[in-house]
Write a protein that binds this ligand. Structure first.
Ligand code: AMP
Ligand code: ZN
Ligand code: ZN
Length: 419
C-alpha cells in the first residue's frame, strides 16, 4: 500500500494529468443536508470513514452566509457567493419583478428567473458532458435554457434507497449515454438535527441511516467496476446548532412592523424591506430594543467577509441572531413555547458562516483524490472549479480561486506522509 502511494506520488509529480483529472470516469456529488462537521468526529459512520481513509477529507468546509440550504447548495454548484447567484436566502423577494421565492412555491423554484450564474450541470451539458440529478436545488429550472439531461421534481417522500438505486440505474446506461456528472441528495440528517438538535440520539441514528445509503452506493459502484474509477464527493451545505425554546426573541415586538413594506421571517435571519423613508426609524428602534444576542445591520454595514451586499434581493435591513438563538413573531413564539417543553432542545442553522457549529463536510474519493490526505478548511465556493477540473470542462466566471484546485489535486508533499 505504502509503495503504491509513493509510486503514485512520483507519477503525479511527473505526469500530473495522469494521476488526477483525466483518468476519472465521472463525478458523483452527494449532498448530506445539515451534516455538521463535528458529526464526523462524534458519530459512527463506517462507510464515510472508509471513503475518508481511501480519499481526501477537509478539516472543515465553510458555508456561505447565510448558512441555509438553498444559498449553499447553489454556491457549491456555481462557485458564486449568493449576492451573485441570486439565491440569497431560502425566502427571497425581488423588487425588479415584485415576487417572492420560497422552497414550497413549486412554480417559483422551477422558474429560471431566480437562478443566476451557471451551475455545473449547465457548464457540463454545454460542453457535451451529460448531467443527471437525483434532486438538487436549481435542477428543476431551465437555467440559461438548460436542465440536466436527467432530473427529478423534488419529492421528499422518495426513499433514500430509491434515490441510490436511481443513480445506479443511470450508471447502467451504455458508456456513451452514461452521465458524467451526477448528484444525490439526502435530507435525513438535517430533518433530525432540526427536530431533536445536533446532540440527540435521533441525529446519530440519521447519520447511521445516510451512512448505510453511502455503503449501498459503494456496493453498487463495486458491482459495476466503477469504484475507484469514478470520483465521489460527499459534501454538506451547513452544520447545526442546538437551541432551547427560551432562546427566542419576539422581534415583531421590538419595532413598529407597520413601517415595513415586507418582512421575510425565518428564525435565523430576518429581512426587512422598510416603507419609503422608514429605514432609519426601524433601524433606530431595533438598535435600542434588540438584546445582545441579535444584531441589526443596514445593508452597507454587513461584514465584508459575508459578501452579502451587492444584490437588490438583499434587504435594506437584516437582523441576525447569534448561533443558538431564534427570532420570531410573538404569535409564532407562543405557539412554539406551547409545542415544546422548557428545556427541549432542537436545532437551527443559518447563522454566521464562521461559527464552528455551522461548518460543513467535504470528502473526496476516487481517481482525482489523494488517499489518506487531510486538507485545511476551505470555502465551498471553491468546489465549482474543482468539479470542472475533474470533468475536464472549462468553468464559467466564478468566485473560486483556480490555484486552490491545483493545490488540492496535486499534493505538494508525498501522499503517504498523512499516515
Ligand atoms: P432548510 O429549511 O434550510 O433546513 O432546508 C431543508 C429542506 O429543504 C429539506 O428538508 C427539504 O425539504 C427542502 N429541499 C431540499 N431540496 C429541495 C428541492 N430541490 N426543492 C424543494 N425543497 C427542497
Ligand atoms: Zn440544509
Ligand atoms: Zn435545515
Amino acid at each position: 500500500m505504502k509503495i503504491k502511494r509513493i509510486l503514485l506520488f512520483w507519477v503525479a509529480l511527473y505526469f500530473p494529468g495522469l494521476a488526477s483529472a483525466t483518468s476519472s470516469q465521472g463525478l458523483i456529488l452527494i449532498s448530506l443536508d445539515g451534516f455538521a462537521r463535528h458529526y464526523l468526529d462524534r458519530y459512527p459512520a463506517p462507510a464515510l470513514q472508509q471513503l475518508i481513509a481511501e480519499g481526501t477529507v477537509a478539516e472543515a468546509m465553510q458555508p456561505v452566509f447565510p448558512s441555509k440550504t438553498f444559498p449553499n447548495h447553489y454556491s457549491i454548484v456555481t462557485g458564486l457567493y449568493p449576492a451573485k447567484h441570486g439565491i440569497v436566502e431560502n425566502n427571497i423577494y425581488d423588487s425588479g419583478f415584485d415576487a417572492i421565492f420560497r422552497l414550497s412555491l413549486r412554480e417559483e423554484v422551477a422558474n429560471p428567473r431566480w437562478w443566476l450564474g451557471e451551475p455545473i450541470w449547465v457548464t457540463a451539458e454545454k460542453q457535451g458532458k451529460t448531467a443527471a440529478t437525483f434532486f438538487y436545488p436549481g435542477s428543476e429550472a431551465a437555467i440559461r435554457g438548460i436542465r440536466p439531461s436527467k432530473w427529478q421534481v423534488y419529492d421528499g417522500d422518495v426513499s433514500n434507497t430509491e434515490r441510490v438505486q436511481g443513480i445506479l440505474k443511470w450508471l447502467d446506461l451504455p458508456a456513451a449515454q452514461r452521465p458524467k456528472f451526477l448528484t444525490l441528495y439526502f435530507s435525513t440528517v438535517d430533518d433530525a438535527g432540526h427536530a431533536f438538535g445536533p446532540d440527540a440520539p435521533q441525529t446519530a441514528a440519521a447519520v447511521a441511516e445516510v451512512d448505510r445509503q453511502i455503503a449501498l452506493l459503494v456496493e453498487g459502484l463495486k458491482q459495476r467496476q466503477l469504484y475507484g474509477k469514478i470520483d465521489v464527493m460527499i459534501v454538506s451545505d451547513h452544520g447545526m446548532a442546538a437551541v432551547t425554546p427560551q432562546n427566542t426573541i419576539p422581534l415583531d415586538q421590538l419595532f413598529d412592523t407597520k413601517q415595513a413594506a415586507l418582512v421575510l421571517w425565518t428564525p435565523e435571519i430576518v429581512s426587512i424591506f422598510p416603507k419609503p423613508g422608514k429605514l432609519d426609524s426601524i433601524y433606530r428602534q431595533l438598535q435600542q430594543q434588540l438584546p445582545a444576542h441579535a444584531k441589526v445591520y443596514k445593508k452597507a454595514e454587513l461584514p465584508a467577509r459575508w459578501y452579502y451586499q451587492d444584490s437588490n434581493r438583499i434587504a435594506p435591513l437584516i437582523v441576525v441572531p447569534e448561533a443558538g438563538w431564534r427570532l420570531m413573531q410573538q404569535k409564532r413564539q407562543q405557539q412554539w413555547l406551547a409545542e415544546h417543553s422548557a428545556g427541549q432542545i432542537s436545532g437551527s442553522h443559518g447563522y454566521d458562516n464562521q461559527h464552528p457549529t455551522m461548518q460543513a463536510i467535504f470528502i473526496g474519493q476516487g481517481p482525482s483524490f489523494a488517499a489518506g490526505r487531510t486538507i485545511p478548511a476551505f470555502a465551498n465556493i471553491q468546489l465549482y472549479n474543482l468539479m470542472c477540473r475533474i470533468l475536464g470542462i472549462t468553468p464559467a466566471t466564478n468566485d473560486g480561486d483556480p490555484a486552490w484546485v491545483g493545490q488540492m489535486l496535486e499534493p505538494k508533499t508525498p501522499v503517504d506522509t498523512a499516515e
